[in-house]
Ligand binder design. Sequence first.
Ligand SMILES: [Zn+2]
Ligand SMILES: [Zn+2]
Length: 176
Amino acid sequence: MYWQTGLIKSLLDPINLIITTDEAVVIADKYPKARHHYLVLPKEDIASIFQLSKKHLPLLEELHLLARNIIEIRGESYERFQIGFHAQPSMQRLHLHVISKDFVSSCLKTKKHWNSFNTSLFIPYETLHAQISNEGHIQRLPKDRVDELLAKPLTCNQCAFVAKNMPSLKEHLQEH
Ligand SMILES: [Zn+2]
Ligand SMILES: [Zn+2]
């Protein structure tokens, strides 16, 4: 099994499915980067955000509804989550990240992890929805832009603190 297709394999095992509807499922992220981290995936085989067009808007809305549902089921508040897509997706099958903003997790290890959720490499659901609805598609970021975002300083998502490395950022996040 190639790791890029791991998500598709997860979909086939009912034990992973927290919510299922006709259109989509919610699973727990195997390597949670925060206290709560879920993925909402369509059942339809859509590889990534780059395959999306206006006809997918109702599906996107369904994915977002399920994101709200899982937060509610867990008894958490919507404001404490960020919901969106990676601009540079690494795994096959479109997936919406539903992640709590604490980012306290042993699986959060690298600067790449941090910056892929806390820079423009993370596209909030509303932004993506608006872009599909206005332009009909999502454009891939140029590679040098991706590299630039990945190299950004480790700025806390909850205050102005800038960490010098990941261990110090992780320690800092614990204090929030
Ligand atoms: Zn992802
Ligand atoms: Zn902070």
